[in-house]
Ligand binder design. Structure first.
Ligand SMILES: [Zn+2]
Length: 489
């Protein structure tokens, strides 16, 4: 190669590196979405994907994002984090102790959050969740308290944040522990917020007003499985948020799928999967927005931790996950209420409970002759027989249900909660947990815990600056990556 060509080559290389720095490494986003699936590990995503594909709704949108990463999740004082410490790590870039919100482990020093940085740079800020607005994950973006259970103080900090859009269940303990403090919604109105309680009010809201949209009386949104027709979804709150926050200075929006975690604590795969799907619908709203502004929008989807030690047996689940889980008609939490009424009634026999188990979970008691007949038909390719066989209870499963039923029929204070009881049922209704666990096994889903685990969790990203979110890193690195994409102004 002669000297001239070598010089040209060097110039080209230099230009390429310069271009990479200018357009790749230094990419800026004006519109930033951070989606947090609470408790959503790899298995929860995989189960939801199988369910979605089998129900002919196609693959998950979040799994289609171009960039993949993985984050470690431990907190400052524990291998297994809670949502307060995990939310704080994601929002501020610093580890803290479990239970602490937006502060260092001493609970003395407030840590600034990415949402506050965005606000101070003149961007609009939205916080959307399917649980209550002052629960740990949303609160990690606007509050600083030594304890995540300081709900009232956290609610007060919410209205003092000056953020533009809050939407979700509502504010928990909004008049304080004893109910004698000034209502957080009244404080919000004094600060210029409009507190909206109905879908119609939210639909009529205009950009430029600060909004708190609270769909429930202090609680969470219903599980997606139980959501009544006409009540707002997480996707609807996200879509409305985008419309209200859109402005020339850009916005930062955090959207939490909070009930994925609650379902996983209960080992209820059907409820968890449908809440992952509801979360994915919210991600789709961001993708629709990004289509018109691909160079200015960053979408990051991740989890704060895994819940339940969920495992998916790929082969079994490929065939059985959808037929088994789609037979479940309500969440196990909703079934608890049925159980409560049953306990208060007369004739409390397992035989009278069995039809309720069939109705809510699709679990049927079948004689051994009946099973053999179904088996023969299924082997000849009869699909209906295959599904019926899947939901047929074995003698062992019936025994498991009878034992749990006997416990559930006792008054709560009369149950002997020894080690064996807690290993089987945790703090939940024995019959509800046993029914979902049996159904989940048939679906190819197993649980190892009623609590959070220390597993790494997945990251999906797309858009301006998304390349930064590739690879394996710690949950504390997420905030700095978001800040670098926001850039300096
Ligand atoms: Zn949890």
């Amino acid at each position: 190669m002669n000297r001239f060509l070598r010089t040209i080559g060097l110039i080209l290389l230099f230009l390429l590196l310069f271009a990479a720095a200018a357009f790749g490494g230094e990419e800026r986003a004006k519109y930033v979405f951070l989606f947090i699936g609470d408790g959503m590990g790899e298995a929860q995503v995989e189960a939801a994907e199988l369910y979605s594909v089998a129900s002919e709704n196609g693959p998950l949108a979040l799994r289609g994002l171009a960039v993949r990463g993985k984050i470690s999740t431990r907190s400052a004082n524990a291998a297994v984090t809670d949502s307060a410490a995990a939310g704080t790590a994601l929002a501020t870039g610093f580890k803290t102790n479990n239970g602490v919100l937006g502060m260092d482990p001493s609970g003395m020093k407030k840590l600034p959050t990415v949402a506050e940085v965005a606000r101070d740079r003149g961007m609009k800020v939205g916080v959307v969740t399917s649980v209550f607005l002052n629960d740990a994950t949303p609160a990690a973006f606007y509050a600083a308290r030594p304890s995540r259970t300081d709900f009232y103080e956290i609610g007060v900090q919410m209205v003092e944040s000056g953020f533009d859009y809050f939407a979700g269940g509502g504010v928990n303990r909004r008049a304080g522990r004893k109910g004698d403090l000034k209502d957080v919604y009244d404080l919000a109105r004094e600060k210029g917020y409009r507190v909206l309680r109905t879908r119609a009010e939210l639909a009529a809201a205009r950009p430029g007003t600060k909004i708190i949209a609270a769909a429930s009386v202090g609680g969470a949104l219903p599980y997606e499985t139980d959501r009544p027709a006409g009540s707002p979804s997480l996707a609807e709150f996200t879509k409305r948020g985008i419309e209200l926050l859109d402005n020339p200075n850009g916005f930062f929006m955090m959207v939490e799928g909070g009930r994925i975690d609650w379902a996983c604590h209960r080992n209820d795969a059907a409820a968890a999967v449908r809440d992952v799907l509801a979360f994915d619908e919210a991600v789709k709203e961001a993708l629709i927005f990004a289509r018109a502004r691909p160079n200015d929008t960053l979408i990051v989807v991740l989890a704060d931790h895994e819940t339940g030690g969920m495992r998916v047996d790929a082969e079994r689940a490929a065939a059985n996950l959808f037929p088994a889980l789609s037979a479940q008609r309500e969440s196990s939490e909703s079934f608890d209420e049925k159980l409560e009424r049953f306990r208060k009634g007369t004739a409390r026999t397992f035989e009278r409970m069995a039809p309720l188990l069939a109705e809510s979970f699709g679990l049927h008691a079948t004689s051994s002759a009946g099973r053999a007949a179904l088996d023969a038909r299924a082997k000849k390719g009869d699909g209906a027989a295959r599904t019926a066989l899947l939901s047929a209870l074995s003698g062992e499963e019936l025994d498991e249900l009878r034992t749990a039923f006997a416990q559930s029929m006792r008054a709560k204070e009369q149950r002997k909660k020894d080690r064996d009881y807690l290993r089987r049922y945790g703090p939940y209704e024995p019959l509800s947990v046993t029914a979902t666990r049996i159904l989940n096994r048939k679906a190819g889903v197993e649980w190892s815990s009623f609590a959070h685990t220390g597993a790494d969790v997945p990251v999906f990203a797309q858009g301006a600056g998304a390349a930064r979110f590739a690879g394996e890193y710690d949950n504390t690195n997420v905030a700095e990556k978001i800040l670098s994409v926001l850039g300096k102004r």
